[in-house]
Design a protein around this ligand. Structure first.
Ligand code: ZN
Length: 165
């Protein structure tokens, strides 16, 4: 495994659309492992392949429940809404509030090339949205809410977190 260089906002590759995989080979499995190592090294909870300069529809997620490897994610059946602050390893020192579905269903291919379906809620649903956006060249700063669109309690919670409470 190896840590790969994380591309930073301004790098044109972050704005490109990634290609779907037809199959998973050792090459992709190695990339998955490198992406997980890179994400953990950077203390992130999600990483998309274009963030390490590879335009393949592959994401990794670890919200503290163990690493997940996901190829060709297709999100559907959004339920509810939640507003929370997000950050991104490609946009250092920036955070902003984004409205995301509370729950959703994901169709994807796992690291063995098998088609799978998963239901995700809360933070996991949010990370799926954020990372899948990367595969379409969308950065979360494109979809952040204006100050006056953010509920007061969400803003106050974020202030407290910034102060390290
Ligand atoms: Zn990101």
């Amino acid at each position: 495994m190896a840590i790969r260089k994380i591309r930073i906002d301004g790098d044109p590759i972050l704005r490109k659309r990634s290609r779907a995989l037809e199959s998973i080979t050792d090459r992709e499995r190695e990339l998955f492992d490198d992406m997980i190592e890179t994400m953990h090294d950077a203390d992130g909870i999600g990483l998309a392949a274009p963030q390490v300069g590879i335009l393949k529809r592959m994401i990794v997620i670890d919200i503290g429940e163990g690493p997940m490897k996901v190829a060709n994610p297709v999100l559907r059946d959004y339920e509810g809404e939640e507003i929370l602050y997000e950050g991104c390893l490609s946009i250092p020192k920036f955070s902003g509030a984004v409205k995301r579905p509370h729950a959703l269903t994901v169709d994807y291919m796992d690291e063995n090339g098998e088609e799978k379906t998963m239901h995700a809620t809360g933070l996991l649903a949010r990370v799926f949205c954020h990372e899948t956006d990367h595969l379409d060249g969308i950065l979360f700063k494109d979809v952040t809410l204006r100050e006056d669109q953010i509920p007061e309690e969400v803003r106050e919670q974020h202030e407290r977190e910034l102060q390290g409470e």
